[in-house]
Write a protein that binds this ligand. Structure first.
Ligand code: CTP
Length: 397
């Protein structure tokens, strides 16, 4: 499964480093080659000799080792792998990654690389839960770093909770997943998701009801097929998936700016529930209740992101997919919407309250293409996403 895959394995300083020795063995059993980088703290837990004996490769540890620089500079080291794995990834190493520091070989390699990175965090539960680490996690996920674990459980320090490094089989699964040569490998796909919030004043806004669940599942399914997914999301209630580049926005206009900045892409999937209007005269100050008067809000139309992408004369994605959430005449309205916006496909669904689809876990969609309407059976939103991603892969191949 991992034959001929090149793993650059960075071993940080934590007691979980002993599990990394087993990880090296299992990777080699599966045919991968392992180039180890041992941090100074990591060497307090496992010896360079044990690591090199298991890896069958010399251990790199010092940024200023002249022999290393002559034989293989840190830039080359950072790029000569199919995947960089950090296990254990300590709180300190994650903080360095999140802030872009490069003060030792491991952090320099991580800053210089253009290779996908997967980390297996391991730390005390309080350190994991600390606001600073949580900020760093969000930053790293936004940078497209993939996480394996951590798990919850008893820790070497005697405490209990999240922070235990994932078990070796789980890390192996994550590595195989990250290296997957899916049908969308090399394709860049944009997914918009979630609602937009349009401010009325600093404390109030208008919005659409959207959890972001369907868009999140689509992004996850596309990434699982090997696509590089850029996920532009409004303030959704479900967290974004791992392994995608996350760009967070609030308003429709910010979403359009983020989408334009992401181009070119091979495909664009517009799953966001964008507010059609914004308050044209949003106030910088909180609007106060005044006796005998109600505020009058003037509206302006928001840019239509799906139509903008679909109607581009240069740099149009090869495939543009929109959604139609309708309550009446679903197929007729959605077919007209496809023509009006100029997109290739419309995924139409009936969001009447009785269907329980809005905010629920299931969806019953009809795919509308140039060839007509194709009704899919009701299924989980994750399954809709998997099927749609497979169709997208076929269309782009
Ligand atoms: N969409 C968009 N930008 C907008 C509005 C909608 O990109 N400003 C996209 C949505 O992401 C979705 C599709 O367009 O893919 C359907 O949007 P919808 O709001 O249903 O379309 P409308 O043009 O508003 O049609 P109607 O009001 O008639 O339902």
């Amino acid at each position: 499964m991992l034959s001929a895959k090149r793993i650059l394995l960075i071993i940080g300083g934590g007691i979980a480093a002993y599990k990394t020795l087993d990880l090296i063995r299992r990777l080699r059993e599966r045919g991968a080659s392992v180039t180890p980088v041992l941090t100074r703290a990591g060497a307090e837990f496992v010896t360079p000799l044990a690591v090199s004996a298991l890896a069958g490769h010399r251990v790199f540890s010092d940024l200023f080792d002249l022999t290393d620089e002559a034989e293989m500079g840190h830039i080359q080291l950072s790029r000569s792998a199919d995947l960089i794995v950090v296990a254990p990834a300590t709180a300190d190493l994650m903080a360095k990654m999140a802030t872009g520091r490069a003060d030792d070989l491991a952090s320099t390699v991580l800053l210089a690389t253009d290779t996908p990175v997967l980390i297996a965090p391991a730390m005390n539960v309080r350190m994991w839960q600390h606001a600073a680490t949580q900020r760093n996690i969000a930053t790293l996920k936004g940078d497209g770093i993939t996480f394996a674990g951590p798990n919850a459980g008893d820790m070497a320090c005697g405490e209990h909770g999240p922070g235990r490094m994932a078990e070796v089989p789980e890390i192996l699964d994550a590595i195989e997943h990250a290296l997957g040569d899916g049908p969308l490998k090399g394709q860049r796909v944009l997914v918009t998701s979630g609602p937009t919030h349009e401010p009325i004043d600093p404390v109030r806004y208008i919005a659409n009801r959207s959890s972001g669940a369907q868009g999140t599942e689509i992004a996850r399914a596309l990434a699982a097929l090997g696509a590089h997914v850029v996920f532009v999301t409004g303030p959704a209630t479900v967290p974004p998936p791992d392994g995608v580049t996350v760009i967070r926005v609030e308003t429709a206009r910010e979403m359009l700016d983020a989408v334009e900045a992401t181009l070119p892409v091979d495909a664009a999937i517009c799953a966001a529930a964008v507010a059609d209007w914004r308050v044209s005269s949003a106030s910088d100050h909180k609007i106060k209740k005044t006796k005998g008067g109600l505020p009058v809000l003037a509206f302006a139309e928001n840019p239509d992101i799906l139509a903008t992408l679909s109607q581009k004369t240069t740099g149009r994605p090869r495939l543009v997919v929109g959604f139609a959430a309708e309550t009446d005449d679903v197929i007729t309205n959605a077919t007209a919407k496809r023509a009006r916006k100029g997109c290739d496909w419309i995924v139409a669904n009936d969001v009447s309250p009785a269907t329980g689809i809005m905010g629920g876990t299931e969806n019953a969609v009809t795919l509308i293409t140039a060839d007509g309407a194709e009704a899919w059976p009701r299924m989980g939103k994750d399954q809709v996403a998997v099927q749609l991603a497979a169709r997208i892969a076929t269309a782009l191949s």
